[in-house]
Design a protein around this ligand. Structure first.
Ligand SMILES: Nc1ncnc2c1ncn2[C@@H]1O[C@H](COP(=O)(O)OP(=O)(O)O)[C@@H](O)[C@H]1O
Ligand SMILES: [Mg+2]
Length: 236
């Protein structure tokens, strides 16, 4: 890979009042590449995503998007640099309809993704366009959260446990959406507990433990090493 990485994170250190969570995390995602970030609960995966997005302040290290340093810049700047986030717990606005949830996410300056294109990618949302956020199933809420992030026309999507709380058949549907997205050339960084989904979407794996990357390989290599998966994740 000689192309300049789309996301380049170098020695990222961050945490919360008095407690350091990330202890120097480095990672790259190339344009159009899908990478999985795995790790047990509480190791710092969400903190990493939120620090990249500018929601948690880095105390050291660098985050570059297509070569532009966005370290410690506000989330709006990171979004404009090309990053979209689907947060853990898929926050959608419960008292707004599907259509309204999407309309408030439309960015006036960029027309690459439109509400119609989101509906084409996820026809279920078109069927439910008049329903309130509170009336949606978990899978529909997840798709709506993905749709909202897409309307910022990102070049890189950060997805934090999109399978969380979804039935297996619904996880497969979300997986299909993500594979289709990756097929359009969008770069994806996905945090997952569901290895099936992570392996389905990503081609490379990074495993985090205690705020550090302790393993990095291709998905193929990782899948062949059950012992490694068991020792790092407690599964396999
Ligand atoms: N807003 C917060 N304030 C203080 N501590 C937090 C906050 N969010 C997470 N933490 C702590 O940071 C550590 C990493 O959490 P998190 O990044 O959510 O891990 P993961 O996503 O891998 O489960 C945990 O010890 C957690 O309790
Ligand atoms: Mg998390």
């Amino acid at each position: 890979m000689n192309a300049r990485p789309l996301l380049e994170v170098e020695g990222l250190v961050a945490g919360y009042d008095g407690s350091r969570v990330l202890h120097g995390v480095s990672m790259t995602v190339a344009p159009g590449e899908a990478v999985a970030l795995l790790g047990r609960n509480g190791v710092g995966k969400t903190t990493f995503m939120e620090t990249v997005m500018g929601l948690v302040r880095a105390s050291a290290g660098h985050v570059r998007i297509d070569g532009v340093d966005v370290t410690r810049r506000p989330p709006s700047v990171v979004a404009r640099a090309g990053v979209g986030i689907v947060p853990q717990g898929r926050r959608v606005f419960a008292p707004l309809t599907v259509e309204e949830n999407l309309q408030i996410s439309v960015r006036k300056s960029s027309g690459e993704w439109t509400v119609e294109r989101v509906y084409d990618l996820m026809p279920r949302l078109r069927e439910r366009r008049g329903n309130l956020g509170s009336q949606l199933s978990g899978g529909e809420q997840q798709m709506l959260a993905i749709g909202r992030a897409l309307l910022g026309s990102p070049r890189l999507m950060l997805l934090d446990e999109p399978s969380d709380g979804l039935a297996p058949a619904v996880v497969d549907q979300v997986g299909e959406v993500l594979r289709n997205l990756a097929g359009t050339g969008m770069a994806v960084l996905i945090v997952e507990q569901d290895l099936h989904l992570a392996f389905d979407v990503a081609s490379r794996v990074n495993v985090m433990a205690k705020g550090q990357i302790v393993h990095a390989s291709t998905v193929g290599e990782f899948r062949q090493d059950e012992k490694l998966a068991r020792s790092l994740l407690g599964v396999g």
